[in-house]
Design a protein around this ligand. Structure first.
Ligand code: HEC
Length: 145
């Protein structure tokens, strides 16, 4: 169910789903409470759009535009293919020190940064849409403008 909702692209005409989506248009979640996104005709829900903006205010300096990665940090469009929502939150809240040969790559902790913590769900929405291939790079449009 989680995946089906995430991948909804324009088929919002199905009765119950349309009803759920209409209620949850601003910041949709799956029935188990995981943040998810709506991409419809290339436009996104408000939460996902906010996530796009928040990501490109802070995270892109290391993780690259469109979450496509850089020499500093991995592509989160790839990482979110395997990280669960809880795993994602754990890394962003606590940060992480690279255990590899050089050990010089540090993921900062954002646990005390309200600019990130207050928008973690939306950042996840955006990154998950990128990881699922539902959203191309660049600035998305909001559903309803
Ligand atoms: C100063 C650079 C920097 C910034 C800014 C940064 N990160 Fe990171 N991030 C990293 C590095 C480096 C890693 C890889 C750490 C490692 O190798 O374990 C990482 C790893 C991650 C991971 C785990 C990826 C995986 O494949 O396991 C997530 C999730 C993540 N970052 C999310 C974010 C989010 C969301 C933001 C913005 C709020 C952000 N990061 C900002 C440097 C950064």
């Amino acid at each position: 169910m989680k995946r089906r909702l995430g991948l909804l692209t324009g088929a919002l005409t199905v009765g119950t789903v349309a009803c759920f989506a209409a209620l949850a248009q601003d910041a949709p979640t799956t029935p188990d409470g995981t943040p998810t996104y709506i991409v419809k005709d290339g436009q996104v829900d408000k939460g996902t759009y906010n996530g796009y903006r928040r990501f490109h205010a802070t995270c892109h300096t290391c993780h690259g535009f469109d979450a496509s990665g850089s020499s500093f940090a991995p592509s989160l469009a790839d990482s979110l293919k395997r990280l669960s929502y809880d795993e994602f939150k754990e890394v962003v809240v606590n940060g992480r020190q690279n255990q590899g040969a050089t050990g010089d790559k540090v993921m900062p902790s954002f646990g005390l940064d309200p600019n990130i913590m207050d928008h973690l769900d939306d950042i996840y929405r955006y990154l998950k849409a990128r990881a699922d291939g539902a959203l191309p790079g660049g600035r998305p449009q909001r559903i309803g403008g």
